[in-house]
Design a protein around this ligand. Structure first.
Ligand code: PLP
Length: 226
């Protein structure tokens, strides 16, 4: 099936449920992104700053770009002028740096805190306690040019549906708790980004309202060697 067909089928599935579809276009050529765009897709996710910047320059300006990969503080400046959302915030230091560059660009940048839920050592993210620590901190309350819109999580890469379900359930429970404790008066804290091609149905059943799909839309990627 074509990229356009994939988008249209996924929209039929997700729109009625109020689930946003982020097209994860990493490693894919600009022509593929343009096809998705022409099919009506506007939310795109990339996992490296370099690819994000290169593609942003070549594609229509009404695309909402999300960064979903680990962000080094020294690279924030390259995306601060245009990024719609940084889903991979995993430290207070990074949040401070995003705030600084958002201010320089006269913007408020939407962010998600990336929460570590997987049973794997390689994944970035904050533990539940670390996220709470940031939200409680004095420094956090001084950051006026970032807005925390919600949480993002990546489940373990496993065949065990039970395990994936439990990880997403825990993140949803944590999300609800954080909302009540820290964002009661901020309706904009409303995004729970969980679910990739292999597990998005489980994620939606557990309360995700934003799924990040790459291979389901664009076809499989060559295996990473790094
Ligand atoms: C690559 C990636 C995805 C999409 O992966 P697929 O399996 O191709 O859907 C989603 N989220 C993050 C953080 C990713 O890095």
């Amino acid at each position: 099936m074509s990229i356009a067909d994939n988008i249209s089928n996924l929209k039929k599935e997700t729109v009625p449920m109020g689930v946003a579809l982020l097209a994860v276009s990493k490693t894919k050529p600009v022509a593929d992104l343009q096809r998705a765009y022409d099919a009506g897709q506007r939310l795109f996710g990339e996992n490296t700053v370099q690819e994000l910047v290169e593609k942003q320059e070549q594609l229509p300006k009404d695309i909402e770009w999300h960064l979903i990969g680990h962000l080094q503080t020294n690279k924030v400046k390259y995306i601060a002028p245009f990024i719609s959302m940084i889903q991979s915030v995993d430290s207070l230091k990074l949040l401070q740096e995003i705030n600084k560059h958002a201010a320089k660009n006269n913007r408020i940048i939407d962010c998600l805190l990336q929460i570590y839920i997987a049973d794997e050592e390689t994944k970035y993210g904050l533990g539940f306690d670390e996220a709470i620590e940031i939200l409680r901190s004095e420094e956090f309350t001084t950051l006026k040019n970032i807005r925390i819109r919600g949480l993002m999580g990546i489940a373990t890469n496993t065949d065990s549906e039970k395990q994936i379900k439990e990880e997403y359930y825990e993140l949803k429970t944590f999300f609800d708790g954080v909302k009540v404790s820290f964002f009661r008066k901020e309706p904009s804290f409303n995004i729970l980004s969980m679910g990739m091609s292999s597990d998005y149905k489980i994620a939606i059943a557990q309360g995700s309202n934003m799924i990040r799909l790459g291979s389901t839309i664009f076809g499989s990627r060559p295996k990473k060697t790094t």
